[in-house]
Design a protein around this ligand. Structure first.
Ligand SMILES: [Zn+2]
Length: 474
């Protein structure tokens, strides 16, 4: 198993180093053909027997070619930089580091020749070390990229109003990284790390395409597709003209056409499928089971169900130390957050916000974000209180059907119903008088909304001074 893993990783590394070199050679060759052979030697400074110089066409092609090459270079290096420096890895759990330390100590005990100091320092560089001041772990491939970040704790999940969970309501656990997996995170077997919203392992850049780099990947393959089509059209047009005049074929121009067609088809396919995933708010990995996947979600219940629910629930209780004017009595309070454990229908995507909104969560809010690799995707930021990723109408429907709508959702629904009701009444009075006014066809349980339970107050309490966590499964 270990040997197979090594071979797989070594093969990926080999491919990731060879592919960029081959691409650089191909781009250099195509640049020579387009700029020197077509523009300089054929359009701007042609043999007198062929035609008069065409400076305008030659310069326009050089400018357009340079712009496209620049865009490809910028998007590629932005992609490469992000994959190396902000790959979207989920920090490993403390138990993983403890296990590594144990293994290292075990090796020493069995008479390894290396001194303990050397071994510890090499372990720090390759795997990680404890930061005594913050109880965080310092990790990173090299000293220059080392960062500190705590592994996701269970609090990061139950303080939100919704999260992806296991069947018992607990967050999903990775038994390799020994950490909780954030929503939509996937364990990558190539690099043995959980990665946020992982799309695929890309040999072009030798790393994982995740939520941080998916936008730059789309831009890179899309600009590459435009570049290939541009070269194909230029070479094909002037090759046809050259053949008409000389009855011969320039081999380099023909090779450029073949390269443009080959890489163009590949890039168009990659750009098209990646854009489709962005519009559907899914990833290459999620797409494998898109048509029949069932998501299990823990959805916060703002109040206890009025009747015994027909779904499982889970409660998270957090003891907190009170301060200031609240510090009376036993100096501590217990906050309980209860969640319904609900399942989507097969093939439903709880993160689907509609095509254009899905597109904007990946590519950005403004049109220039769609074309230039300036900012990260909006979906990289998980500081919202509702959930780690914005949830769509599927989850609203699930809440409504289970009778656990959040107060603001219920208010929205009420306002929507009132508007719809008013429109109907106006329509009826215009057409058939007021005889049927007041008859509402779609009264449902979602009209019964209880008082605000102080949800936001709970969130504030939970954020501060958390002492311990109890999970009660009902
Ligand atoms: Zn993992």
């Amino acid at each position: 198993m270990a040997q197979a893993l090594f071979n797989k990783t070594a093969a990926n590394l080999w491919v990731s180093r060879i592919i960029p070199l081959v691409l650089i050679v191909i781009v250099a060759y195509v640049t020579w053909v387009v700029i020197v052979l077509i523009c300089a030697n054929y359009l701007i400074n042609p043999p007198q027997s062929l035609h008069t110089p065409r400076h305008g066409a030659g310069i326009a092609i050089i400018v357009l070619y340079s712009i496209l090459l620049l865009l490809i270079g910028v998007t590629y290096f932005r992609l490469l930089f992000t994959v190396i420096h902000n790959p979207g890895y989920v920090p490993r759990g403390p138990q993983w580091y403890a296990r590594q330390e144990q293994k290292t100590r075990g090796k020493h005990r069995h008479g390894r020749q290396h001194s303990k100091k050397d071994s510890d320092s090499s372990n720090e560089k390759s795997e990680g070390s404890r930061d005594p001041a913050s109880n965080a772990y310092i990790y990173g491939g090299s000293p220059g990229t080392a960062t500190t970040e705590l592994a996701p704790s269970i609090r990061d999940f139950y303080t939100k109003d919704a999260f992806v969970c296991q069947g018992d309501g607990r967050p999903i656990w990775c038994s390799t990284c020994l950490n909780y997996k954030p929503d939509r995170a996937h364990h990558c077997s190539e690099i043995e790390r959980c990665t946020r919203k992982m799309d695929h392992f890309c040999p072009w850049v030798g790393g994982v395409i995740s939520e941080t780099s998916f936008k730059f990947f789309i831009q890179f393959v899309a600009w590459t597709a435009v570049y290939c089509i541009f070269n194909l059209i230029v070479a094909a047009y002037f090759l046809a003209e050259y053949k008409r005049k000389t009855h011969t074929i320039n081999v380099h121009w023909l090779v450029t056409i073949c390269l443009g067609a080959l890489f163009g088809m590949f890039a168009i396919g990659m750009a098209g499928s990646s854009l489709q995933f962005a519009i559907l708010n899914t990833t290459t990995i999620e797409n494998l089971s898109r048509r029949n996947i069932v998501w299990t979600l823990a959805l916060y219940m703002p109040r206890p169900p009025e009747t015994p629910p027909n779904f499982r629930t889970i409660s998270y209780s957090a003891k907190q130390r009170l301060t200031g004017s609240d510090a009376t009595g036993d100096q501590a309070a217990c906050t309980i957050r209860s969640f319904a454990i609900l399942h989507t229908k097969p093939g439903e995507n709880p993160f689907d916000l509609g095509p254009f909104q899905n597109y904007k969560t990946v590519m950005g809010e403004h049109w220039y974000d769609w074309f230039l690799p300036i900012k990260y995707s909006p979906c990289c930021f998980h500081d919202g209180t509702d959930s780690q990723f914005t949830l769509g109408p599927v989850v609203q429907r699930m809440r409504r059907e289970a009778g656990i709508e959040l107060p603001e959702e219920a208010d929205e629904e009420k306002t929507h119903r009132r508007r719809r009701h008013r429109r109907r009444r106006r329509h009826r009075s215009d057409t058939a008088g007021t005889r049927d006014a007041g008859v509402v066809q779609d009264d449902g349980p979602n009209e019964k909304v209880g008082p605000d339970t102080g949800k936001h107050g709970d969130e504030v309490d939970l954020e501060s001074g958390l002492a311990n966590t109890n999970v009660i499964v009902q």
